[in-house]
Design a protein around this ligand. Structure first.
Ligand code: R1P
Ligand code: URA
Length: 292
């Protein structure tokens, strides 16, 4: 018997669009670019040859159009993994649930999701302006722990090695940080030879969880020093952002291909930052549009 998704579980608006995104199923392309900042959606879409739809609700702005003949949907997620839970579940529902029958479709679609974001660099070779592709993400956000199958898609030995290295009891990222791979084929296609391939910590906040101390002291004052030194099977942690783990994890569980590429806007080691990054991020956007 096929599962039936009740109106309380999958909320559909009166116009047939999905609850938060306000996107209708027919507007969704197979290739999707995710950005944090709603303002970045227009920047991506400024490269499209045509636009077929444009819709905005809360922090979620969506445009579908074509770039060099490729149909692409660009969606903003706002900040944080909680929004990724909403966006990826609603995109998956648009692709794979029949909104009339409220049942899974007989033929499932696999989406290609590339997040273009900004991040903080943690190594001397990730200065401001570097493009870092998250081959692996370490989720400090706990999101994936709520879904069955989490252990079958995560890198459990690396999780244990990281937790031991940090000397945390586990309750900082309760029940534990999770380590998840991006889609390898997508990483190869987008990163090619001109982007850094790294390990990204997706933090549950911008300040304390990323080791930024303003007026309130950190629980672990040595957090970032330890993170910068962590090494596992040749992997080093390269950067901090806030969404890549939830994106990679949920996409794995749903059968979609996903990855994150971020431009470094602050290097935490050398204590430098650049807020005037609009031109550099446009270079990254054009590169992803070519390679997606
Ligand atoms: C924090 O400033 C935000 O910037 C990064 C983080 O992941 C977080 O969302 O990404 P975006 O520039 O895509 O929002
Ligand atoms: N985004 C983050 O999450 N952290 C940074 O340091 C910069 C951008």
């Amino acid at each position: 018997m096929k599962k039936y998704f009740a109106s309380s579980e999958l909320i559909i608006n009166e116009d047939g669009s999905v609850f938060h995104l306000h996107v209708k199923p027919e507007w969704l392309a197979d290739k999707i670019i995710l950005v944090g900042d709603p303002g970045r959606v227009a920047l991506v879409a400024s490269h499209f040859e045509n636009k077929e739809c444009e819709v905005e609700s809360r922090e979620f702005k969506t445009i579908t159009g074509t770039y060099q003949g490729k149909r692409i949907t660009v969606v903003s997620t706002g900040i944080g993994c909680d929004n990724i839970d909403i966006v990826i579940n609603e995109l998956d529902a648009l692709a794979n649930i029949d909104f009339e029958t409220r049942q899974e479709k007989p033929c499932l679609r696999s989406l290609e999701l590339v997040r273009i974001g900004t991040c903080g660099g943690l190594q001397p070779y990730t200065p401001v302006g570097t493009f870092v592709c998250s081959e692996k993400s370490i989720g400090f956000d706990g999101l994936l722990n709520f879904y069955a199958g989490r252990n079958s898609v995560c890198d459990l030995p690396m999780e244990r090695a990281f937790l031991n290295h940090m000397g945390w009891s586990g309750n900082t990222c309760a029940p534990a940080p999770y380590v998840i791979d991006a889609n390898a084929e997508l990483i190869d296609r987008i990163a090619q030879d001109d982007m850094v391939r790294g390990v990204t910590i997706a933090a549950g906040g911008f300040f304390g969880p990323q080791g930024r101390e303003l007026r309130v002291p950190l629980a672990d004052p040595h957090q970032n020093e330890k993170i910068e030194k962590f090494e596992y099977n040749g992997y080093r942690i390269t950067n901090f952002e806030m969404e890549s783990s939830a994106l990679a994890g949920l996409s794995h569980l749903m059968g979609h291909k996903a990855m994150t590429v971020c431009m470094v806007i602050a290097n935490r080691l050398i204590k430098e930052a650049n807020t005037g990054y609009k031109n550099t991020i446009d270079t990254l956007i054009k590169t992803v549009l070519e390679r997606i």
